[in-house]
Design a protein around this ligand. Structure first.
Ligand code: SF4
Length: 252
């Protein structure tokens, strides 16, 4: 891996594309039915976790966007990563009544509402356990996360319906997810580091734009500043990170 990581990342993404992995990912998406819903927006109140192959596909598509849009996406994702321990923020792509990347949305977005409520309940319980572990890690740094950040996700939405045909059952959705995991394992060696972000695309972009240790230490500094009410400090740190994010997007 080069010092910046960029050349290996770009050639790794090219390799994944040449192997057809992103086309196969798209085919997996197409196995899910189009859905319709009452647009309550519950599914978009949090940034969804993504499979590593989805993170790679997003990074591969990014240079196709005009510079301004690339820069705006990178800045929003870096800011999301830096502030989401101090404030609950919706998905950075959520718009008042739509998704800014709807045709390219992730598997978690496409399967939300198709799970049975029982299967979703299990996932929500696992997520809550993970959140407790995160809260304890922050306590170790002397930071008590605010209740709004630790609050459970909104109740599962039951208003999502397939446009036609039956919804896939839980086993069929799990099988699709398993295939996305296998595709992620097939990513070329140059993309190894993409597995380190736990499916958090905002962590990935912050690490690529700022460097991983810097992204983590800046997150601690921003969180402490926000929770102690030092808005000027938080604003200054976020402005510097935003500039770095835009610079990364420009050279990406
Ligand atoms: S990517 Fe789009 S559909 Fe998915 S959570 Fe974000 S706004 Fe919602």
């Amino acid at each position: 891996m080069s010092h910046s990581g960029r050349p290996d990342l770009r050639s790794g993404l090219q390799g994944a594309s040449s192997r057809g992995l992103f086309v196969i990912l798209e085919q997996l998406y197409q196995e899910l039915p189009d859905t319709t819903c009452a647009r309550r927006g519950a599914c978009c109140t949090l940034l969804p976790l993504v499979f590593t192959v989805e993170l790679a596909a997003w990074l591969h598509r990014l240079p196709n966007a005009p510079y301004k849009e690339r820069a705006a996406q990178a800045r929003r994702l870096v800011e999301h990563f830096l502030v989401n321990a101090a404030q609950r923020r919706p998905c950075p792509w959520a718009r008042p009544d739509s998704c800014a990347i709807y045709p390219d949305r992730f598997m978690g977005c496409r399967t939300y509402g198709l799970w049975t409520p029982q299967a979703y309940e299990k996932r929500a319980a696992q997520a809550a356990q993970g959140q407790q572990a995160v809260a304890q890690a922050w306590q170790g740094l002397g930071v008590e996360l605010p209740p709004e950040v630790l609050a459970p996700a909104p109740p599962y939405c039951r208003l999502v319906k397939p446009v036609s045909g039956p919804a896939p059952d839980d086993a069929a959705i799990e099988a699709l997810e398993e295939r996305a995991i296998e595709l992620s394992r097939d990513l070329p060696d140059g993309l190894d580091r993409l597995h380190d972000f736990g499916g958090d695309i905002s962590f990935a972009v912050a690490s690529l734009a700022l460097g991983q240790p810097q992204a983590l230490s800046l997150k601690v500094a921003v969180t402490k500043a926000m929770l102690s009410g030092d808005e000027a400090e938080a604003h200054e740190l976020l402005a510097k990170a935003g500039t770095a994010a835009k610079r990364w997007a420009q050279s990406y």
